[in-house]
Design a protein around this ligand. Structure first.
Ligand SMILES: Nc1ncnc2c1ncn2[C@@H]1O[C@H](COP(=O)(O)OP(=O)(O)O)[C@@H](O)[C@H]1O
Ligand SMILES: [Mg+2]
Length: 391
C-alpha cells in the first residue's frame, strides 16, 4: 500500500540554528544525485521560498530538475480534516454555556497546525511520487509537541468519542432528548474515524526507522546542545529515530582574527562534548560562511561540503530506540534514553498501557499482545538504555 522506499527526512533544532538552510541544501543535493525529491516546510513561519529564492505555495512547485518545493498551508489542511469535528465541538462547548469565541478556541489544540501539515507525508507516501521527502520543521519545542500529537490525538478521539457509530444510530433519538449536549451526527463519526486511521498511518511511517529519520541541527553552543539533548530524549521515548547530528556554523580553521580565537576554543570544546554525548550517532558539520546562505549556488556548495560523497538520502545510523527482546524466558522492553537520570524516571503499568514519565515528558505505550499477561518485575538504567523486565 505504502511506497516502502520513500525516505522521509525531518530537520529540526532550536530556532535560528540553520534548519531551513540545511533542509534546502540536503534536498538540493538529493535531487542532483538523482533522487526525485520534494522539500516541504511545515513551520508556520515558512522560509523555504527565501532560501531557494523561488516563490513556493501549497502545492509542489518545480525548483530545479528532480526537485520540488512546497510550503504547506496548515489552515487549509485543518479545515479539510478537522472542519466537521470542530463545528461539532464548538456546538458541544456552546451547549455547555461556553461563549462562542472561547468554544471555537477550545475546539482546536496546540500543535495542530504543524500536525496537519505533517500529514502531507502520509499523502505523499501513498502516491509514491517522490523518492525522498525532506521536511523543514518548526523549532524543537513545537516539533516535540506535534510528534506526540498523533498519539495524543488518537487517545483523545478514542476516549472522548468511544461510542460506536452503529450504536449511535440507535441511541441518537433518545440521546438528543435526554442528554444535555448535542449528539454527534454520523458525518462527525465518519470524520473522526477517518482522522484516527490517518493519524495511526502517519505514526506508523514516522516510527519506521528505515523510512523516517530525524536530523538534529545544532550550533556549538551550550543552550542549543541542551535543547537538542532534551529533543533526543523525547524522540527516543516516542520511538522516532535520529540518524544524524549536523553541527552548523563552525568557525573555519583559516579564520585567524583574534576576536574569534576564544570562540574557536569554545566551539572545539563543545564539538568534543557533542561527539561524546551523542555517540555512536554520526556527527557531520558545516562551517560558518562569510555571508548568509541563500540561493541555489551557495546551497549546493553547502550540501557538498556536508555530505561529500555520501548519499544525502541515505540512512546514516540505523537503530530502533524502542526494542523488545526475550532473555531467560523474560521479556525486556528497552528504550534508548542517554541523557536521563534515574531520579527523572517514573513507570506505571495499568492494564494494557505502560506509562513512562521522564521529567516533564510523558508517554503511554500500548503494550504489544505478547506482553499483556506480564507484570513489571523491575527496571534499570544501563548504558543509556532504560530496560524494563516483565514476568
Ligand atoms: N553555516 C552558515 N553560515 C552562514 N550563514 C548561515 C549558516 N547557516 C545558516 N545561515 C544563515 O542563518 C540564517 C538562519 O538560518 P535558517 O536556516 O533560516 O535557520 P532556522 O530555519 O533554523 O531558523 C539564514 O539567514 C541563513 O542564511
Ligand atoms: Mg526555518
Amino acid at each position: 500500500m505504502y511506497s516502502a522506499s520513500m525516505r522521509t527526512i525531518l530537520f529540526t533544532g532550536k530556532g535560528g540554528v540553520g534548519k531551513t538552510t540545511l533542509a534546502a541544501a540536503t534536498a538540493l543535493l538529493c535531487a542532483r544525485r538523482g533522487h526525485k525529491t520534494l522539500v516541504i516546510s511545515t513551520d508556520a513561519a515558512h522560509s523555504l521560498s527565501d532560501s531557494f529564492e523561488v516563490q513556493l505555495g501549497n502545492s509542489p512547485q518545480p525548483i530545479v530538475p528532480n526537485l520540488f518545493g512546497q510550503e504547506v498551508n496548515a489552515l487549509e489542511e485543518i479545515e479539510k480534516k478537522w472542519g466537521e469535528i470542530k463545528t461539532y465541538l464548538t456546538a458541544l462547548f456552546a451547549s455547555q454555556g461556553v461563549d462562542t469565541i472561547e468554544a471555537e478556541e477550545l475546539s482546536v489544540f496546540p500543535g495542530m497546525e504543524e500536525l496537519f501539515s505533517l500529514m502531507e507525508i502520509r499523502r505523499y507516501s501513498l502516491t509514491s511520487e517522490y523518492e525522498v521527502v525532506v521536511v523543514d520543521c518548526a523549532p524543537t519545542g513545537d516539533t516535540l509537541r506535534l510528534l506526540s500529537a498523533p498519539e495524543i490525538t488518537s487517545w483523545y478521539l478514542k476516549h472522548i468519542f468511544p461510542i460506536q457509530r452503529t450504536a449511535a444510530k440507535a441511541v441518537r433519538p433518545v440521546a438528543n432528548r435526554i442528554l444535555p449536549f448535542p449528539f454527534p451526527e454520523d458525518s462527525v463519526f465518519e470524520a473522526m474515524k477517518k482522522l484516527t486511521t490517518q493519524l495511526a498511518e502517519m505514526k506508523g511511517i514516522l516510527e519506521d526507522h528505515r523510512r523516517t529519520s530525524i536530523r538534529l541541527v545544532i550550533n556549538p553552543e551550550k543552550m542549543v546542545i541542551k535543547e537538542a539533548q532534551r529533543a533526543f530524549t523525547f524522540f527516543s521515548l516516542f520511538g522516532y529515530s535520529v540518524d544524524l547530528i549536523i553541527v552548523n556554523r563552525i568557525i573555519p580553521g583559516a579564520v585567524q582574527d583574534p576576536h574569534f580565537k576564544t570562540w574557536k576554543t569554545i566551539q572545539e570544546a563543545y564539538l568534543r562534548q557533542v561527539e561524546e554525548n551523542f555517540a555512536p550517532l554520526p556527527i557531520f558539520s558545516a562551517e560558518l560562511y562569510s555571508r548568509e546562505i541563500v540561493g541555489l549556488d551557495l546551497l549546493a556548495e553547502l550540501g557538498r561540503s556536508i555530505y561529500s560523497d555520501a548519499d544525502p538520502a541515505g540512512l546514516f545510523f540505523a537503530h530502533n530506540p524502542i526494542q523488545i527482546k526475550k532473555a531467560d524466558g523474560k521479556l525486556i522492553l528497552s528504550v534508548h534514553l542517554p541523557f536521563v537520570e534515574k531520579s527523572d524516571l517514573d513507570l506505571l503499568q495499568k492494564g494494557e498501557e505502560l506509562f513512562i514519565k521522564v521529567g516533564s515528558l510523558k508517554r503511554n505505550i500500548l503494550l504489544p499482545r505478547i506482553m499483556l499477561n506480564h507484570a513489571i518485575e523491575g527496571a534499570k538504567l544501563e548504558k543509556g538504555r532504560l530496560k524494563i523486565t516483565f514476568v
